[in-house]
Design a protein around this ligand. Structure first.
Ligand code: NAP
Length: 283
């Protein structure tokens, strides 16, 4: 039986997950087909119900459904419950469990691609959307000393900081009121969509990396283009950098490992994602 998986979102036409997940299944010799499951909000409950079929191994979940799927699942991993968002669903014997591999994927990218250990370090998150939530909770769980959050809409930063404080009283979590001051951070992470192809902010910097201290890691979770305007400017300023592609691949690798119980062929996934990115570059 050919197993089935897919990415559930709206829209999903531009997702890279089908390219690199299919490559991972093929390289691992698993007979599976990873599909695009474009699902408008009104069709979400039916889509989730369809995952209970015996040939479905699971799914990824993306914008706008990461929060809406929670009540439709049978079980939640404690970390997904803490974050309040699910990006990976695992089907077993007709039962569905929800997981969040976005934050853990960012941690693995930090450690494996930037050789950066988050414990005891001071982070500034620029943005407070779904991705920032997963990253913030993963950093707090990994023992980050400081997590500051700036967001264009301040109420969202305040909500994330208060949720982090409640769950991790030992970490220092605070709202950052301005992007003019960057002293005292070991890493600044762009968690907004600013600079992303198709966002209307192509070529725009979410902040000026020259304002950070010289040792500060500049991470961008935007992966399209792979070398974002922020990463270019940070490199030109001599800062260490981490792009968004490693996070994308490692969140997918963790999902693959949950579905299959096998180690993910990470290099194959990177190569397939880069090929898909090159193919999608606009002329
Ligand atoms: P989201 O929940 O919609 O949050 C979007 C964030 O971007 C919010 O903080 C929003 O601020 C901010 N923002 C949007 N436009 C802005 C602008 N012009 N100026 C300043 N801030 C702006 O989306 P998300 O799921 O967190 O995703 C955010 C980005 O991360 C997307 O580009 C997505 O592709 C990327 N991402 C990458 C990975 C990866 O694996 N590498 C994983 C997940 C997401 P407001 O609250 O003020 O609107």
């Amino acid at each position: 039986m050919t197993l089935r998986l897919g990415i559930i979102g709206h829209p999903v036409a531009h997702s890279l997950s089908p390219a690199f997940q299919q490559a991972a299944f093929d390289a691992s010799g698993i007979d599976a087909r990873y599909e695009r499951w474009d699902t408008p909000p009104a069709a979400l409950a039916d889509r989730i119900r369809s995952l209970r079929a015996p040939d479905v191994l699971g799914a990824n979940v993306t914008i706008p459904h990461k929060e809406a799927v929670l009540p439709l699942l049978d079980e939640l991993d404690p970390f997904a419950r803490l974050v309040g968002a699910v990006n990976t669903i695992v089907g077993r014997d007709g039962r569905l469990s929800g997981w969040n591999t976005d934050g853990p994927g960012f941690l693995r990218a930090l450690r494996d691609s930037a050789a950066f250990e988050p414990a005891g370090r001071r982070f500034l998150l620029v943005g407070a959307g779904g991705a920032a939530r997963g990253i913030g909770f993963a950093l707090a769980r990994a023992g980050a000393a400081v997590i500051a959050v700036w967001n264009r809409t301040p109420e969202r930063a305040e909500a994330l900081v208060s949720d982090l404080r409640r769950a991790f009283p030992a970490a220092t979590c605070e709202v950052q009121s301005s992007l003019a001051r960057f002293r005292g951070f070991d890493a600044v992470v762009n968690c907004t969509s600013v600079g992303m192809e198709g966002s209307g902010t192509e070529g725009v910097l979410p902040f000026d990396p020259e304002e950070t201290e010289s040792h500060c890691l500049i991470a961008d979770i935007v992966y399209k283009p792979e070398l974002t305007p922020l990463l270019r400017a940070a490199e030109a300023a001599g800062r260490p950098v981490l792009g968004g592609l490693p996070m994308l691949i490692y969140q997918g690798a963790l999902a693959f490992e949950l579905w299959t119980g096998k180690p993910a062929p990470v290099e194959v996934m990177f190569a397939a994602a880069r090929a898909a990115l090159r193919a999608s570059v606009r002329p």
